[in-house]
Ligand binder design. Structure first.
Ligand SMILES: Cc1ncc(COP(=O)(O)O)c(C=O)c1O
Length: 388
């Protein structure tokens, strides 16, 4: 609080300033900048999506609409989800949101408040933790265990032991950001059974579910859950359809929950931009070839970056099964934030420090490899003197 000013809510004044933003502010003006710090690629949105938005503007799709989202988009999401999960997912379970982040915030607002806690797997995308704090609840980390080969493993018993009578939700991003770790079907079954028994919400962040390697998609609780099960699945057009700047996402929840989420959509954003929603229909209905091509490109990028990083003796890394990040450990890294700032100042390569994703990220750096092979090779060459 500045002198003489009226106070803000304590939780808001105490929100962390993102360490990724701190590196970005330090390095953004580098004359030879190669940025890999944010979770987005260098591919623009595909043309058929852009054209759908332009058409929608031309047709005056510029007015307020239903706060759950326009019916044709909700129907398209329902069809898409049924196609993906092979189960009936009715339209009344679908809500359109103004981004995946907005879906995260609405969900946290719906399930948690002062005195409650939300358990999550760490390292994690920091916005999840701060969303819980904004709601006045306590974020409770459970660390994934680092395996000797550089991968990550979930200890379900540790996760269950960290839940208590005030646990309102278990938040699982699968594939996760920054680790790329992914839940398997057996873990999903156990988690769902636990959440049913304990009446805890299983909140699944599926924004990377289409970006997997060697498998068609990530397993999801929606593959097995009944419509009334305590499962809320969040999704986004940002990653699989290269639409980060469009701010469009969705939620699938039990129908009765959706009626409450509708109010939160109304009072938070009053919904995503109308013409953007029309573009979302094109993405879902014509996007499969684009996603297939993107997955191939990401797999080649992943292999190039993992091979390149593995050649540095101080670096330990495994190929992630999903998402688009190399989250790698560096022997003797020291202060990761300071190291990332020094890296961008000396080489122009912008990375995210591992500690941006929680204490478990100490000793790690995150590299978003959704980029051209030329830029990735250039970055690896520039990083060498600091990682060798
Ligand atoms: C795990 C995870 N969830 C949700 C989001 C939100 O994406 P958006 O708000 O762009 O839809 C991101 C973005 O980086 C993410 O990494």
């Amino acid at each position: 609080m500045t002198n003489g000013a009226a106070p803000l809510r304590k939780e808001i004044e105490e929100l962390a300033v993102s360490q990724i933003a701190q590196v970005f502010y330090a390095g953004r003006d580098h004359p030879r900048l190669l940025p890999f710090w944010f979770g987005e690629g260098d591919t623009p949105t595909p043309d058929f999506v852009k054209q759908a938005a332009i058409r929608a503007i031309g047709e005056d799709k510029v007015f307020y609409v239903d706060d759950r989202g326009i019916p044709p988009l909700r129907e398209a999401i329902s069809r898409y989800a049924m196609r993906l999960h092979g189960r009936d997912i009715a339209v009344d379970r679908v809500q359109v949101t103004a981004s995946g982040m907005s879906a995260v915030m609405m969900t946290m607002q719906a399930i948690s408040g002062p005195g409650d806690n939300v358990v999550y797997l760490s390292p994690v995308w920091p916005n999840i933790v701060e969303a819980v704090r904004i709601c006045g609840a306590t974020p409770r980390p459970v660390s994934l265990d680092a395996t000797p080969d550089g991968g990550w493993r979930l200890d379900l018993q540790k996760l269950f032991a960290s839940c208590d009578a005030r646990t309102r939700g278990i938040f699982v991003a699968s594939p996760g950001n920054p680790t790329g770790w992914m839940m398997d079907a057996a873990e999903i079954a156990e988690l769902l059974a636990f959440c049913r028994r304990r009446r805890i919400w299983l909140v699944v962040d599926a924004v990377y579910e289409r970006l997997t390697y060697g498998t068609a998609r990530a397993p999801s609780p929606l593959d097995v859950a009944e419509p009334e099960d305590p499962v809320i699945s969040l999704n986004s057009f940002s990653k699989a359809w290269a639409m980060t700047g469009w701010r469009l996402g969705w939620v699938i929840a039990p129908a009765w929950v959706n009626l409450h989420l509708r109010k939160l959509n109304q009072y938070n954003t009053s919904g995503a931009a109308t013409f953007v929603q029309w573009a979302g229909i094109a993405a879902l209905e014509q996007g499969e070839p684009f996603i297939e091509e993107l997955r191939g490109r990401l797999q080649r990028a992943r292999d190039l970056v993992i091979q390149g990083l593995s050649r540095f003796p101080r670096v330990h890394v495994a190929a992630p099964p999903g998402a688009f990040y190399a989250f790698f450990r560096v022997d003797g890294l020291g202060d990761g934030l300071a190291f990332a700032k020094e890296m961008v100042a000396r080489t122009g390569v912008g990375l995210a420090p591992g500690t941006a994703f929680g204490a478990e990220g100490e000793g790690y750096l995150r590299f978003c490899y959704a980029s051209s092979e030329q830029r990735l090779s250039d970055a690896l060459a520039r990083m060498e003197p600091m990682l060798r």
